[in-house]
Design a binder for this molecule. Structure first.
Ligand SMILES: [Zn+2]
Length: 505
């Protein structure tokens, strides 16, 4: 049985992880609202919970990982005149809502692949689960904790708080909320300011609308996650994750509505990752510091001095514990790039050393040679500590610090500069530890530096061939080159001065 400790945001303490139905584990993570391109802020939760998923699997659990796609119902500002993010994005980009949703879902998946995040087992969409959401709302209405006004349905937070511990997760106090929450346009129909929409009546111009017992409308954002997590993971289920920005109101609302619909709180362990700041500032449109993933990987953003490889970003995120704040800067990322390179170089040395051994398992060194003050003893202790660190609320920062401590020893052993020989069993242990933690659990991949230079050189060559083809009016060849590159996600642009530039989509 594992000794994994998880910090539970609900109880604000580390708790021993005991799944409800071992060996099965249910993990739900709030997915993206696909109204625009994914940015750096999205990278942290998905990388964090990718490692949680990987580690639980490594421990032998059979994990069902559900991460939704929010493709309806996420309001720009809760309660405003029924404009949701998807509808707004579709109008701005002159696309059908479904076109917009597919475009950004594909781009999100591409970003996750770049980060080497494993696919969730189920990726449900909000629009694919309208029936489940309506049925859950009917249940809450029947139990008397919601009310219908003019085609919309609201959850009665004040009534809920009189019978259940409202605000437990976020630490919000209802009286303060009622006193301080701003009255927003279109909210007059609520009984109380703290109430939230389960279903919104669609105004005539609203495109995304569904029939319901209360007229045509669309679901609220919070009910989506409750309906989808229950459908695929049951009630209650083990772990619910997301960014700290979702604690309130999103997750607090999930708890309230599921508690009423199913009679008990929905989740055993709530996990929240902390946020990313950029050069010490919160990320936000008003600061002009929202860096999209495509900009991050291509270096095309005023705040970036160079492109950053997805693995460098992943490594940098994992160098800090997920519950601590994380600040992005060029210097920090450049240092991370060098650090990651050093770890892979050490791993290469281990591979080469191990290759010189005859095949077969090697005897572990005798226990009396493993005193903590001798070198082999220290190595074993650091390797074992990686497991302890992961068991201590997924402390990836400590795992990487342990691996870094091993690097000078490995380098010295590789260059025959150690005063003593490491036993084959110790070298195998090191090799196993590096491979297990770097690749399998932290999901890092080696960076092949020559890749980007080679791609650049090949692109220049293709652009040259295309230019020559155009000069001799061979448009079939020139079009073919452009179209093939486009299919690979590379856009060619003919500039006014006759030169050709390219960008990665
Ligand atoms: Zn959610």
């Amino acid at each position: 049985m594992s000794e994994l400790l998880i910090y539970n945001s609900l109880t604000r303490q580390k708790e021993l992880f005991r799944p409800l139905h071992p060996p099965y584990v249910g993990l739900y993570v709030c997915g993206p609202t696909v109204s625009g391109e994914s940015h750096l802020g999205h990278a942290r939760p998905y990388i964090t919970f990718d490692v949680v998923y990987r580690y639980l699997r490594h421990l032998g659990y059979q994990v069902r990982y559900v991460r939704n796609i929010t493709d309806a119902g996420h309001f720009e500002e809760e309660g405003r005149e029924a404009e949701d993010k998807i509808a707004k994005g579709a109008t701005l980009e002159k696309l059908e809502p479904m076109e917009l949703v597919q475009k950004y879902t594909r781009l999100f998946h591409w970003g996750m692949q770049q980060f080497n995040c494993l696919d969730p087992n189920i990726e449900p969409t909000a629009t694919g689960h309208i029936i489940e959401q309506i049925s859950m709302i009917e249940d809450i209405l029947a139990k008397g904790y919601a009310y219908v006004v003019n085609g919309s349905v609201y959850f009665d937070v004040v009534k809920y708080a009189a019978h259940y511990p409202y605000g437990q997760l976020s630490g919000r106090v209802l009286d303060e909320l009622l006193a301080t929450t701003r009255e927003l346009e279109g909210q007059e129909e609520k009984r109380n300011k703290a109430d939230f929409a389960l279903w919104k009546k669609a105004p005539p111009q609203h495109i995304m609308r569904w029939k319901s017992p209360w007229g045509e409308g669309f679901p609220g954002w919070h009910i989506e996650c409750s309906a989808m997590s229950t459908k695929y993971l049951g009630h209650p289920f083990d772990i619910h994750g997301g960014g700290m920005d979702l604690l309130f109101p999103h997750h607090e609302c999930e708890i309230a509505q599921s508690t009423i619909a199913y009679g008990e709180p929905p989740v055993r362990y709530w996990m929240h990752n902390n946020m990313i700041t950029i050069n010490g500032r919160k990320m936000g449109k008003s600061y002009n510091n929202v860096i999209k993933l495509t900009e991050l990987f291509s270096g095309q953003h005023p705040l970036l001095e160079q492109p950053y490889h997805p693995m460098v970003v992943r490594f940098y995120i994992l160098q800090t514990h997920y519950r601590s704040t994380l600040d992005f800067s060029n210097e920090a990322l450049q240092a991370a790039e060098r650090g990651l390179q050093r770890l892979w170089e050490a791993f290469d040395i281990l591979q080469k050393m191990a290759a010189t051994f005859p095949d077969g398992k090697h005897q572990k060194p005798a226990a009396d040679t493993l005193a903590p003050d001798n070198l082999e003893g220290r190595i074993h202790k650091l390797c074992m500590d990686c497991r302890e660190a992961m068991d201590d609320d997924f402390n990836t920062a400590r795992v990487l610090a342990d691996l870094f401590e091993l690097v000078p020893i490995i380098n010295a052993a590789g260059h025959h500069q150690l005063g003593e020989q490491l036993s084959p069993a110790t070298i195998q242990l090191l090799q196993h530890t590096f491979s297990l933690y770097m690749s399998e659990i932290l999901g890092l991949q080696p960076i092949r530096k020559q890749d980007s230079r080679l791609v650049e050189a090949l692109l220049e060559l293709l652009i040259d061939i295309r230019r020559e083809a155009r000069l001799r009016k061979d448009y079939a060849t020139s079009d073919r080159i452009r179209q093939q590159l486009q299919r690979m996600g590379i856009q060619l642009k003919d500039e006014k001065d006759g030169s050709v530039t390219y960008s990665f989509q």
